[in-house]
Design a protein around this ligand. Structure first.
Ligand SMILES: Cc1cc2nc3c(=O)[nH]c(=O)nc-3n(C[C@H](O)[C@H](O)[C@H](O)COP(=O)(O)OP(=O)(O)OC[C@H]3O[C@@H](n4cnc5c(N)ncnc54)[C@H](O)[C@@H]3O)c2cc1C
Length: 391
């Protein structure tokens, strides 16, 4: 999402001061592509997404990673309850890539689902999922002070007349974007409600509709926002932003209460402290009042200065019979958490930290020939500490 999705802000959380994430942002800083001096409660740093692509590519190359772009995973190669690789499709055709361990970082848990993992999707009762947003970067904006309540009211009037097609609850939020690294404006409104990003047709319709809404907003902005008369779209994300789909059930499921109570675990492999941020009209986070949203995040965070930990067991997918799938880990927003805890885990720094832990576990499993679910979580934690991860 930080590259193809144009999500150009790392949200503020515990766990930012170490490990691969710190290496990444130190490199970004040395290259002049990140600003950590943002002074916003919920934002840790804003960055240049083009530079992020390049730095991550460099880090992969230096680590000896074989990068295979333009490749889609369509299935899991299985031998009984063990995953032995992934089935991919690309310009070379269909192939099976074998692997000692597979780490599913697809956000949607595509591999784990193909391997037979149990999962939950969105709201447990209604299965509705958080809003999707096509992120954009807008140039040509003169940063004059703007009377946002007045502008929001005009945008809402246009919505009522059918001139724009934004969901009602977000038309009072036009200032919800932010400033990019190069003074461009970004735009983070909840554009598409009630769509399922694991359904290819719904995903495509969502992206098509969102693109229309981007241009509705630009047309409105040129005519209504002082200083925005000459604004233009620098770029729209090449993939609509997906906040929520499947949560892959693991040996352990992190819960809302554990996030609130700043729970610690002996096999804790990553920490987080962001509020449980759910862009869903049934949750107060989607309230029309931006202040409510800020209060909501604070209310749903661990106590100030505290953090919760994510147990290693949340990365080990299980079947509906609660049997671990051998050779498979998850990392990122699809790890095992209840819906609200997932609303905190899903921010990028926390996702990156779970990725580092999964990588260490995979290497240890292969080196010691131990099944992933038999690895000692405490020694994984120690290895992370040796790698200067903040845990
Ligand atoms: C609009 C929006 C705003 C957000 N704002 C913030 C913010 O301000 N700060 C913050 O920290 N977080 C924010 N988030 C949350 C954060 O960006 C995501 O939750 C996080 O990036 C998820 O990381 P991930 O690695 O799990 O998944 P992703 O970043 O989605 O990466 C998944 C990758 O897997 C690939 N993939 C998926 N399926 C397949 C397949 N079958 N085969 C091959 N490849 C596949 C995708 O192309 C993608 O490259 C925002 C999210 C959205 C959508």
């Amino acid at each position: 999402m930080g590259t193809t999705g144009l999500v150009i802000e790392f949200a503020r959380t515990a766990g930012a001061n170490g490990g691969i994430f710190k290496e990444l942002i130190d490199r970004m800083e040395a290259a002049g592509g990140i600003n950590r001096d943002v002074h916003l409660h919920c934002v840790y740093a804003i960055f240049d997404p083009e530079l992020l692509k390049f730095i991550m590519q460099q880090m992969c190359e230096e680590a000896g990673v074989n990068i295979l772009f333009h490749t889609f995973i369509e299935g899991a190669a299985m031998e009984d309850n063990t995953i032995t690789g992934v089935i991919v499709v690309n310009k070379s055709g269909r192939q099976t890539l074998s692997s000692g361990v597979v780490i599913d970082c697809t956000g949607d848990g595509d591999v784990a689902v193909n391997a037979g993992a149990d999962y939950r999707k969105g709201n447990d009762l209604t299965h509705s999922m958080q809003a999707m947003t096509l992120r954009i970067r807008i140039g040509g904006v003169n940063m004059l002070p703007v009377d946002w309540p007045e502008i929001n009211a005009r945008f809402e009037q246009e919505r009522q007349k059918g001139i724009n097609h934004f969901p009602e609850h977000v038309t009072k939020w036009l200032d919800a974007g932010g400033k990019g690294l190069h003074n461009e404006r970004t735009f983070n409104l909840d554009m598409i409600m009630n769509a399922d990003a694991t359904n290819a047709w719904e995903l495509s319709i969502a992206e098509t509709e969102a693109r229309k809404r981007v241009w509705e907003f630009i047309s409105f902005a040129k005519n209504n926002i002082p200083g925005w008369e000459n604004c233009y779209v620098i770029d729209t994300a090449s993939h609509i932003g997906v906040r929520e789909t499947r949560r892959i059930m693991g040996k352990y499921m992190l819960t809302e209460q554990e996030v609130r109570n700043a729970e610690k675990f002996s096999d804790g492999i990553a920490r987080g402290s962001f509020g449980m941020d759910l862009h869903d009209p049934t949750e107060i986070a989607a309230s029309p009042d931006p202040e409510d949203m800020e209060k909501h995040r604070k209310r749903t965070s661990p106590p100030p200065g505290e953090w919760y930990e994510i147990p290693y067991r949340c990365l080990i997918p299980v079947t509906v019979e609660a049997k671990p799938i051998q050779g498979l880990l998850t990392a990122g927003r699809c790890i095992s958490a209840d819906r609200r805890a997932g609303g905190s885990v899903r921010i990028m720094i926390t996702c990156i930290n779970t990725g580092q832990a999964a990588g260490i576990a995979a290497a240890e499993s292969i080196r010691t020939k131990s099944p992933l679910d038999k690895l000692d979580g405490i020694s994984l934690r120690l290895k992370l500490i040796q790698q200067q991860a903040e845990i």
